[in-house]
Design a protein around this ligand. Structure first.
Ligand code: GLN
Length: 275
């Protein structure tokens, strides 16, 4: 069998299972197992079995990212798997905003609810600034540590395990010390949790669920961390598409003057302010 035939077979299997992204996903599976090769080249039995095995898992609903065990974000590679949120392309916007800011007004920053670590690690790699990455979940924290090693940023990232709202964690960060505070906290509301896409159901609830209206973290994060942020520092958070107004209001209540930034689909995605 040659690669193009395998590709057709995988595409058909995915299509039959109702997968609309079947062409992209078939290409990704083949690239993961075989690499980038001309499509008229033959493949080995092992390669064939591996590809079909992955396709079977995908058909059962598992996200491609978990099946591969890693995924690209901002051009960097991150380990992912059960227990950690998969880095989303929209989150790259939060990184861009932070990179732009820290390149001009550089210094230590924080990534709260760090998960895989993709935000802090990306921004640290791009700016050379140090980051405190805080994550509560045991499983996610192990990915954070592995991703720090994978990206070779042990000298820049301090990984702290714990609840971002616990006194112990808050005390660890000196007041008036951060040049930016970044966070992609859980923000999915109760109604949307019941309605998640099949793949997203594989991801940890602790990384997704932000309380009845999805705003639980925002209600506390600005108040709890305001004193850690330097004057002229950036406070930027990712939000759900319907939360722009509400999160802006919560920031205003803490004395900020926020802007809402839209994602590639034109949906509200980031709320950011300079202190
Ligand atoms: N963007 C994710 C989703 O819609 C949610 C991520 C989060 O809650 N921080 O599934």
């Amino acid at each position: 069998m040659v690669i193009s035939e395998l590709k057709k077979q995988i595409e058909q299997m995915l299509l039959d299972s109702g997968n609309e992204d079947f062409q992209f996903e078939a290409r990704e599976i083949i690239r993961e197992v075989i690499g980038r090769k001309a499509e008229d080249l033959p493949l080995s039995d092992t390669e064939y079995e591996k590809c079909i095995g992955m396709t079977d898992r995908r058909i059962k609903g598992e996200p491609l990212q978990y099946i591969f065990g890693h995924w690209e974000f901002y051009g960097y590679d991150f380990y992912v798997g059960e227990g950690v949120l998969i880095p989303r392309p929209e989150t790259e916007l939060l990184c861009e905003k932070a990179i732009e800011h820290l390149k001009k007004h550089g210094g230590t920053f924080a990534d709260l609810c760090a998960g895989s670590g993709c935000i802090g690690i990306t921004v640290a790699r791009q700016t050379g600034q140090e980051c405190v990455s805080v994550e509560i979940s045991e499983k996610a924290f192990s990915y954070l540590e592995r991703n720090i090693a994978l990206n070779d940023v042990e000298n820049l990232i301090t990984a702290v395990k714990g609840d971002i709202f616990s006194e112990k964690i808050i005390e660890k960060i000196p007041d008036d010390s951060l040049f930016a505070i970044l966070s992609n906290p859980p923000y999915v509301n109760k109604r949307d949790m019941e309605d998640l896409q099949a793949e997203v159901r594989y991801e940890p609830e602790t990384a997704l669920f932000g309380g009845d209206d999805g705003l639980d973290y925002y209600r506390r994060i600005f108040k709890a961390y305001d004193k850690k942020l330097k004057k002229d520092g950036l406070f930027a958070v990712e939000i759900g598409e319907e939360q722009g107004e509400a999160v802006s209001l919560l920031m205003k209540e803490c004395g900020y003057n926020p802007v809402i930034i839209k994602d590639y689909s034109g949906l509200d995605r980031i709320v950011a302010a300079i202190k």
